[in-house]
Write a new protein. Structure first.
Length: 560
């Protein structure tokens, strides 16, 4: 029996009893003919508060155009988005990861409520991308994700700059290495228009991961936000979603364990954000796919680092687009046997067939050849040890030191650590410990880009290490361990660290340890008491009560 493309919406648009519903639809300009077609939801994360999602209103119009051309009726709805860059270093940053759950919930609720037959999710800033994927996995109706695109780099003193340079400029200014006037010129130049952060930070990392995992069409994410080709991306997305609706291709058909391995390989090969670990773990839990934090280390270890992208490299996302885009990275990985060429993509072509379509720009050096990688292993490393029994994540882009041993400088809030850095109290050799910033303790697992960038800006990126039960921005660089689990708030070993304890990073042996005996650790934890919750009411308190460990993706689900 042929699949009915109106498999959901007939319930809400057909029959005598649905006359009131149709009456409402007529009032907003729909016709009987519109309601006889499949209804495609367009989940738009547009918001007027930041550049990352600012172009999505226009992109939604193009997606709707493609849906109509292909025989569907589009219905757009909106959700929220929180800017990591704007909220960074403030209490507002705690809302960022929490927003991932709220966005996924709201997309799920609207789609179930209006019984859409298919779904296109328009995304931009970091958390909107995994949130859309999580919602698609829950709903399991035909759907795709379309990324609004990267911002273009700014120009400062004749060189390309991104928001990373502004964060590091704060540290340079505090250290007297950049004048107030130059910092003001830099902040005005770094972000020239709409689009998400320009390096291989979290947004571009997750956009590439969605292409590699099969939820976004190849070639759609690499196109920058203000590029005229983005209109074509939108129209084509509307056509593609109608095609996969008629073919009845569901997200859970695509989200296999092998597809996750392809996504991890793409992240590793491009030096992508450590946040990909958190988000892909969360997506795997929603999709019922077995995936652990250790799997990221295994895939990264066998995958070469090929793309010379910021924050560890030289180039930005727009440069990757000009070089050949994500398809070029996919082509390299297929050629080397580092990705499964048989996996499905939204177009109906396999991963390998899409990779064959890559057009490499002559002379480009953004994506290196297989025989000359930046380093033979990828950018993601998972450490364990007596400080992180459930693991933590480090990004190694190719030039960082692989060991560090030094005294702990312990802070229970990000703000206290930032104040210490800007007061120049952190010295070469120190290990900055920021705790009670985990999923429950924060709550919300803030990113530490302000602190890490200030350390780099003060010239200590090669001499200071940092660890936290919070997160890092994709723009973070240096020897930094995030997602330390279990977190301090639930009595993880990081809660037992004291000022001056010697902490050891050992990347080759995958260890993160504090140099105290097991008996001493147990004694300290017996005397430990949890601090009072920072929020007792509202969404922050609800999240803290429901959220899982970072090693499980920090998801909220019944029964955790």
């Amino acid at each position: 029996m042929a699949f009915d493309p109106k498999h959901n919406s007939r319930t809400i648009t057909e029959g005598r009893d649905r006359a009131p519903a149709r009456s409402y639809y007529y009032s907003i300009g729909l016709t009987r003919a519109d309601l006889e077609k499949p209804i495609v939801g367009i989940a738009n994360t547009w918001i007027g508060t930041m550049p990352c999602n600012f172009n999505l209103r226009l992109l939604a119009e193009k997606v709707a155009e493609g849906v109509r051309k292909s025989g569907g009726t589009p219905m757009e709805f909106n959700t929220i988005a929180i800017s990591d860059g704007i909220t960074m270093g403030t209490e507002g940053m705690k809302t960022s990861l929490i927003s991932r759950e709220v966005i996924a919930d709201s997309i799920e609720l609207c789609t179930r409520g209006y019984m859409f037959d298919a779904l296109v999710c328009l995304v931009g800033c970091d958390k909107t991308i995994p949130a859309a994927a999580m919602a698609l996995a829950r709903l399991n109706i035909p759907g795709i994700i379309v990324y609004g695109g990267s911002i273009l780099p700014g120009t400062f003193d004749g060189r390309d700059v991104t928001i990373q340079d502004v964060f590091e400029g704060v540290g340079a200014n505090a250290a007297g290495r950049m004048s107030d006037a130059d910092l003001e010129r830099l902040e005005q130049a770094a972000c020239p228009g709409p689009g998400a952060c320009g390096g291989q930070y979290t947004a571009n990392t997750m956009a590439l991961a969605m292409e590699f995992i099969g939820l976004s069409p190849f070639g759609s994410a690499s196109v920058p936000a203000v590029d005229p080709r983005k209109d074509d991306v939108g129209v084509r997305a509307g056509e593609i979603v109608m095609d996969i609706l008629r073919r009845n291709v569901r997200p859970l058909d695509i989200l296999t364990r092998t597809a996750f391995d392809n996504a991890i390989a793409g992240v590793a090969a491009t030096g992508g954000s450590t946040n990909a670990v958190l988000h892909l773990l969360a997506l795997a839990r929603e999709a019922g796919v077995p995936l652990t934090i250790d799997d990221f280390d295994a895939v990264s270890t066998r995958t070469p680092l090929l793309a010379d992208l910021k924050p560890g490299g030289r180039y930005v996302a727009a440069d990757l687009d000009r070089a050949g885009g994500a398809q070029l990275v996919a082509q390299r990985l297929v050629q080397g046997g580092f990705a499964d060429a048989s996996r499905m993509t939204p177009t109906g072509r396999t991963f390998g067939e899409e990779a064959l379509l890559a057009v490499e720009t002559a002379g480009q050096d953004v994506v290196l050849p297989l025989e000359r990688p930046i380093k033979p292993t990828g950018g993601l490393v998972v450490l364990k040890g007596n400080l992180a029994p459930e693991g933590c994540v480090v990004k190694v882009a190719g030039h960082e030191r692989l060991t560090h041993r030094g005294p702990a400088r312990v802070y229970d809030r990000e703000e206290d650590a930032m104040a210490a850095v800007t007061r120049r109290e952190i010295k070469p050799g120190d290990v900055v410990v920021i705790r009670y910033e985990g999923p429950r303790g924060g709550p919300g697992m803030r990113e530490m880009l302000g602190v890490t960038s200030a350390i780099v800006g003060e010239g200590m990126g090669e001499t200071v290490a940092l660890l936290t039960d919070g997160r890092f921005s994709g723009a973070t660089r240096g020897l930094m361990a995030g997602h330390v689990a279990p977190e301090a708030f639930v009595g993880g070993p990081i809660a037992a660290v004291r000022e001056g304890d010697t902490i050891s990073f050992d990347i080759p042996n995958r260890r993160l340890d504090v140099e105290i005996s097991g008996d001493e650790m147990q004694a300290r934890l017996r005397d430990w008491r949890p601090p009072p919750p920072r929020y007792r009411t509202g969404v922050m308190a609800k999240y803290a009560a429901l959220v899982s460990s970072a090693s499980e993706g920090a998801i909220t689900a019944a029964g955790l």
